[in-house]
Design a protein around this ligand. Structure first.
Ligand SMILES: *[C@@H]1O[C@H](CO)[C@@H](O)[C@H](O)[C@H]1NC(C)=O
Ligand SMILES: *[C@@H]1O[C@H](CO)[C@@H](O)[C@H](O)[C@H]1NC(C)=O
Ligand SMILES: *[C@@H]1O[C@H](CO)[C@@H](O)[C@H](O)[C@H]1NC(C)=O
Ligand SMILES: *[C@@H]1O[C@H](CO)[C@@H](O)[C@H](O)[C@H]1NC(C)=O
Length: 753
C-alpha cells in the first residue's frame, strides 16, 4: 500500500521547484529519437529507511515520463538500492534533458561500455603466500570474494568444494542462479546482469573464469596449459567462497550492468570485490565504477581494481579513486622457454606455452615479410602473406597490427609457414608473453628481436630453429613492471599517486572454459580441465583481491583503507636479485609504473603502523577537487554542502603514499596520522630520502606507542628553491618509519608546478 501513497507526493516533490540545472554531460547533438540507456542519479528520499524494493522502484519510476516505451518495453532497467541513489532507464536524449531538470535529480549520464582488462594472452600464477600466513588465515576460509566479470564456468575443477566443508557465513544473503548441482560451498552466489536480462551467469568468454580462479580457485593437481608446467593450480585464497556477478560480455561491460552487480554484491554481503574492467579516467561523478566502489567501501568491503592495460604511455592508469586499490601488472620469475637458434650460432631465449615435442632441430629458412612489405606484412596481419613465399619456413613477425599474437600464428599456418618468431615492437620492449600459440613459436623481447632482424637482413640465406626447453624458474629480472600496465599520473584526478601497487599479471595460468592452443591437440579431449595463460592488470587485481581476503580474515577490525595501507607500506621495491624493480625498458620503474611497489602478502600481514581513512574523509577531499554540491552528492549518495567543510587538498588525505605539488620558493606542510597495529610498546624513528630539489623535514622525528590502536600524527614540511627548468617534472623520494621490528614506507612524489 505504501507506494500508492508515496507516488503523488513525489510528483509534488519534483514539480514544485522547477529549477533549471546546467547540462554538462548531455550532448544535445545526440539523436533525439531512439531511446538509449541512461543512468540517473537522484536525491535520496527522506523516508529511505522504510523503503522496500517496491517503494524504491516506484520512487524511481516516478521520474520517468511514461512507464513503457511505445514498443511496450518497460523503461526502467535497474532500480539501484545501494551502489548509487538512482536508476537506469531507456530514454530519448530529449527526455533525458527534461529529466535532468526535475528537482531531486542530481546527474544524468548516458550508459557507456567499459572494457575488460585483459588484452594479452600468455604463465602460471607463481605466488603463494608463505604457508604461515596461509595457515593463520585457513587459506581464506569463511571469506566471500565477489567477482564482477563475464560470469563463470562453474563445473571447472578449480571451483570444486571438496576441501570446503563450511557453508557460507550467516550474514550471507546471496543466491546462486545456476542449477543447484553447479552451486556449492565454493560458488555460493552467481547472478547475471547483462543488458538488464536474466541470462544464466555462464562465462562464454573466459575472462571471468580466469579471474575467479586466480582470486579463489581450489587446488587442482597436475594442472597445466597444453601439458606444460604441470603443477598444482591454486587461487590466492583457495578456501574462500566466490560470488559471481556477470556484468560483462566479450565486447565489454555496460556501466548500468556494473552498477547492478555492485548493488547486488553489497546487499549479498561480500567481503571483497574484484573489479577487472574500466575505462580511461574520467571525473568521479561520471565514473560508475568509482561511485559503486565508494558505496561498497562504506560498508567495509575492500575493492581491488585493475589499473588498465593502456601502458606504457604516461597518464593511462584507470580506476584511480582513492577509496579503491589500483593494481598494476608485473612479471614473475617463471618462463616457458622457447630458444631461437640462428644459423650464425647465436641463441636468444623467448617464450611460448605451446611446447611441441620433437620439433625439428634442423635449421629452416627464415621468411621476413617485413623486409620489404608494409606494416601489415611486418606484423603478419591477415591477408598480408598471401603473395609471399613462406611455405615450409620460419616466419619472422612483429607484434602489433590488427591481429593478436595467436591469430598471427593462424595467418602464418594458413600461408604454409611451419613456425613463427614473434618479435616485440619498441613499446612492448622486454615484456614477453608465453602465448598458447597454434604453431611452434618463440616470442622474444625487443632487443633480442632487433638482433635477429639484423641477422636476417644482413645474411644471404638466413636460417633458424626453435628449441623448446619447458618451464624455467629464476628468470630475471623479476618482477618487472609489464609494458601494458596502466601508468600514472591519473589523467584527470591528480593529487593521489596511482597505481597504488603492482602484482603478478604477466603470463598467469588459471582456469579457462574451453580448450586453447593448436586445434590438433583439442580433438576428442574436451573433458580435460583447461587452463590458459593470460596477461593483464585483470589478473593482478584478482591476485590482490585474494590477498585482501586473507588480510581481512587475519585482521577483522581493519577498514578497507587500513588493509590497503598495510599492502602499500610493506611492498617490495627490489626484485629477486636485489636490484631496483625495472620496467619493460629494463630501466628503473618509477612510482608512476610501480606505485608503492610489488605486493608482499606476508609482510602486509604485519605492517606495524597503518594510515587509516574513514568513508567520511573522502567528502572534504571530493569538495576540494572543485566539484559542485550536486556532483559530490552524486558520488556520496548523501546531500552534501561543500561550504560546511574546510577546503581540503588531495595531498592532505591520510593516504599511505604522499604526492605534493610544489612551485618555486614554496613551503608546504602535510599532516599524516598513523595507528599502531604492531606491538603494544614501540618506538618508530623517521628516515627520509628527500626528492632531489626539495627539503623535507618531519616533526616529530620519533613516534612512541604504549598500546595498540593508538594514533600518532606528524607533520611533513616541504620547501623548494627556484624550480626553474624542473617545472612539469617529478622527483621521487621516500619516508620511512622504522622500529626494531617494522619498516613502514611511503613513496614521496613531488610534482614541480
Ligand atoms: C557532440 O557530439 C558530436 C557528434 O558526435 C561531436 O562532434 C561534438 O563535438 C559533441 N559535442 C560536445 C560538446 O561534446
Ligand atoms: C585478423 O583480424 C581481423 C580484424 O580484426 C579479423 O577479421 C580476422 O579474423 C583476424 N584473423 C584471424 C586469423 O583471426
Ligand atoms: C585426453 O587426455 C588424457 C590425459 O592427458 C589422456 O589420457 C587421453 O588419452 C586423452 N584422450 C584423447 C582422446 O586424446
Ligand atoms: C585512532 O583513530 C581511529 C580512527 O580514526 C579510531 O577509531 C580509534 O579509536 C583511535 N584510537 C584511539 C586509541 O583513540
Amino acid at each position: 500500500m505504501s507506494h500508492l501513497l508515496l507516488l503523488p507526493l513525489f510528483f509534488f516533490f519534483h514539480l514544485s521547484y522547477s529549477q533549471i540545472l546546467p547540462l554538462n554531460i548531455l550532448n544535445s547533438t545526440i539523436k533525439a529519437s531512439s531511446p538509449e540507456t541512461y543512468i540517473i542519479h537522484v536525491r535520496k528520499p527522506n523516508s529511505v529507511q522504510t523503503f522496500n524494493a517496491e517503494d524504491h522502484r516506484n520512487y524511481h519510476k516516478s521520474f520517468l515520463p511514461t512507464r513503457s516505451l511505445t514498443s511496450g518495453e518497460p523503461r526502467l532497467i535497474y532500480s539501484y538500492r545501494t551502489a548509487i541513489s538512482g536508476f537506469a532507464a531507456k530514454l530519448t536524449a530529449d527526455e533525458a534533458i527534461a529529466i535532468e531538470k526535475l528537482d531531486g535529480v542530481l546527474h544524468t549520464i548516458p550508459d557507456r561500455l567499459l572494457s575488460l582488462h585483459t588484452t594479452h594472452i600468455s604463465d602460471f600464477l607463481n605466488l603463494h603466500p608463505k604457508s604461515c600466513f596461509m595457515k593463520d588465515t585457513n587459506f581464506g576460509k569463511g571469506s566471500i570474494i565477489g567477482i564482477l566479470d563475464t560470469g563463470i564456468f562453474p563445473t571447472h575443477p578449480s571451483f570444486k568444494d571438496t576441501g570446503i566443508s563450511h557453508p557460507p557465513p550467516n550474514k550471507w544473503k546471496g543466491h546462486c542462479e545456476f542449477k543447484p548441482a553447479m552451486c556449492n560451498n565454493k560458488i555460493i552466489g552467481a547472478k547475471s546482469f547483462v543488458h538488464g536480462r536474466k541470462d544464466p551467469p555462464f562465462d562464454s568468454d573466459g575472462h571471468g573464469t580466469h579471474t575467479a580462479s586466480i582470486a579463489a580457485g581450489w587446488l587442482v593437481k597436475n594442472a597445466g596449459v597444453l601439458g606444460n608446467a604441470r603443477g598444482t593450480a591454486s587461487g590466492l585464497a583457495p578456501a574462500a567462497h566466490l560470488s559471481i556477478y556477470r556484468v560483462c560480455q566479450a565486447n565489454g561491460c555496460l556501466a548500468s550492468d556494473v552498477l547492478a552487480g555492485i548493488d547486488q554484491a553489497i546487499s549479498d554481503g561480500v567481503d571483497v570485490l574484484s573489479i577487472s574492467l574500466g575505462s580511461t579516467a574520467i571525473p568521479f561523478y561520471d565514473d560508475a565504477v568509482a561511485i559503486g566502489a565508494l558505496a561498497a567501501v562504506e560498508r567495509g568491503i575492500f575493492v581491488s581494481s585493475s589499473g588498465g592495460n593502456a601502458g606504457p604511455v604516461p597518464a593511462t592508469v584507470e580506476n584511480d579513486a582513492p577509496w579503491m586499490l589500483t593494481v598494476g601488472a608485473d612479471s614473475t620469475d617463471r618462463s616457458i622457454r622457447a630458444t631461437v637458434l640462428l644459423g650464425s650460432g647465436e641463441e636468444f631465449n623467448g617464450q611460448s606455452s605451446y611446447q611441441p615435442v620433437g620439433f625439428t632441430s634442423v635449421l629452416l629458412p627464415i621468411a621476413y615479410p617485413g623486409a620489404r612489405g608494409g606494416s601489415r606484412a611486418k606484423t603478419c596481419s591477415d591477408g598480408s602473406l598471401n603473395r609471399l613465399n613462406v611455405r615450409g619456413k620460419i616466419v619472422l613477425c612483429h607484434t602489433g597490427g590488427s591481429n593478436t599474437s595467436i591469430e598471427k600464428g593462424a595467418v602464418v599456418t594458413k600461408a604454409g609457414g611451419v613456425a613463427m618468431i614473434l618479435v616485440n615492437d619498441e613499446m612492448r620492449r622486454s615484456t614477453v608473453e608465453a602465448g598458447v600459440h597454434v604453431l611452434p613459436t618463440s616470442a622474444v623481447g625487443y632487443s633480442e628481436g632487433a638482433r635477429i632482424v639484423e641477422y636476417v637482413t644482413s645474411t644471404a640465406n638466413p636460417t633458424a630453429t626453435i628449441h623448446f626447453k619447458g618451464t624455467v624458474y629464476g628468470a630475471s629480472p623479476a618482477p618487472a613492471v609489464a609494458d601494458f600496465s596502466g601508468r600514472g599520473p591519473s589523467a584527470v584526478n591528480e593529487g593521489i599517486l596511482k597505481p597504488d601497487i603492482v602484482g603478478p599479471g604477466v603470463n598467469v595460468a588459471a582456469a579457462w572454459p574451453f580448450p586453447v592452443g593448436p586445434p590438433a591437440l583439442d580433438a576428442g579431449n574436451l573433458t580435460l580441465p583447461t587452463f590458459n595463460m593470460v596477461s593483464g592488470s585483470s589478473a593482478s587485481a584478482a591476485v590482490l583481491a585474494g590477498v585482501a581476503s586473507l588480510l581481512k580474515l587475519s585482521h577483522p577490525d581493519w577498514s578497507p583503507a587500513a588493509v590497503k595501507s598495510a599492502m602499500m607500506t610493506t611492498a617490495d621495491l627490489l626484485d629477486r636479485d636485489g636490484g631496483v624493480i625495472v620496467d619493460e625498458t629494463l630501466g628503473d620503474a618509477g612510482y608512476f609504473a610501480l606505485g608503492a611497489g610489488h605486493v608482499n602478502p606476508t609482510r602486509a600481514d604485519d605492517p606495524g603502523l597503518v594510515y587509516d581513512l574513514q568513508p567520511g574523509d573522502y567528502v572534504p577531499y571530493l569538495c576540494g577537487l572543485g566539484y559542485t554540491d550536486k556532483q559530490v552528492s552524486t558520488i556520496t549518495r548523501q546531500s552534501v554542502e561543500c561550504s560546511v567543510f574546510e577546503a581540503m587538498v588531495a595531498e592532505e588525505l591520510n593516504y599511505p603514499s604522499i604526492s605534493v605539488a610544489m612551485g618555486s620558493n614554496m613551503e608546504k606542510t602535510v599532516m599524516r596520522t598513523v595507528r599502531n597495529v604492531g606491538e603494544e610498546e614501540a618506538v618508530y624513528s623517521v628516515q627520509v630520502r628527500a626528492p632531489e630539489g626539495v627539503e623535507v623535514t618531519v616533526y616529530p622525528e620519533k613516534l612512541g606507542f604504549s598500546e595498540l590502536k593508538q594514533n600518532r600524527s606528524f607533520n611533513i614540511y616541504f620547501s623548494t628553491g627556484n624550480v626553474g627548468e624542473r617545472r612539469g617534472t617529478v622527483a621521487q623520494g621516500q619516508l620511512k618509519w622504522v622500529s626494531n621490528k617494522h619498516i613502514v614506507r611511503s613513496p614521496l612524489l613531488i610534482s614541480f608546478v
